[in-house]
Design a protein around this ligand. Structure first.
Ligand SMILES: *[C@@H]1O[C@H](CO)[C@@H](O)[C@H](O)[C@H]1NC(C)=O
Ligand SMILES: *[C@@H]1O[C@H](CO)[C@@H](O)[C@H](O)[C@H]1NC(C)=O
Length: 176
């Protein structure tokens, strides 16, 4: 009985702890945590806007040559519930592949709350959006992430086909 209560309390504590403070460290020295990236292209307050394109981009089946600027919310859970925003993903993505939806991502994860408030991660890599899991590099960082190295794995959980808001789970694996 007491044991069950303890387990319940522990579960409650874990559930309440805001990610990324539930970050786990592994033996190789990586800190791992999950974030949810919201790319909002529709509605009255888009966070992703097309800033450049080639004359041929619209006739390309892969929008080749289009460039999108982002200031996308990063939350600790899959929804944008109040109090869950821990930062913003700021930068650009370029439709960089003529054959498939292959994006070049150039962005900073800028933390504005939680354990990493004030720090940032710099991410660069190829994002072939139709793949289940896409890996990109962490090439640096600031604050708690100064001299960071690592990788992120992106996995789309909502394509946004109807809502205009794509939600992507990012698993961050970082050493700083
Ligand atoms: C391409 O399509 C977008 C979205 O419909 C539009 O805003 C833009 O003007 C088009 N660009 C060109 C070069 O036709
Ligand atoms: C994040 O850090 C800034 C600067 O130190 C501070 O003003 C702000 O209150 C912090 N935000 C949260 C949610 O902790």
């Amino acid at each position: 009985m007491a044991m069950a209560t303890t387990v319940l309390l522990l579960c409650a504590a874990v559930a309440l702890a805001p990610t990324p403070s539930s970050a786990a460290d592994d033996a190789a020295g990586f800190t791992t945590f999950k974030l949810y990236f919201h790319d909002i292209v529709g509605g009255t307050s888009p966070t992703a806007i097309r800033i450049a394109q080639a004359p041929s981009s619209n006739s390309s089946s892969t929008f080749f040559g289009a460039v999108v600027a982002i200031d996308d919310p990063l939350t600790s859970g899959p929804t944008r519930a109040a109090g869950t925003e821990v930062g913003r993903a700021q930068g650009t993505y370029t439709f960089a592949d003529q054959k498939t939806f292959g994006l070049l991502m150039v962005m900073n994860f800028v933390f504005t709350a939680g354990e990493y408030n004030g720090s940032s991660l710099s991410i660069l890599g190829r994002n072939e959006v139709i793949n289940d899991v896409r890996e990109m590099s962490i090439v640096g960082g600031s604050g708690k992430f100064r001299m960071a190295r690592g990788y992120v794995q992106a996995h789309t959980i909502d394509s946004g086909a109807t809502s205009g808001e794509t939600v992507v789970q990012y698993t961050v694996n970082v050493k700083a």
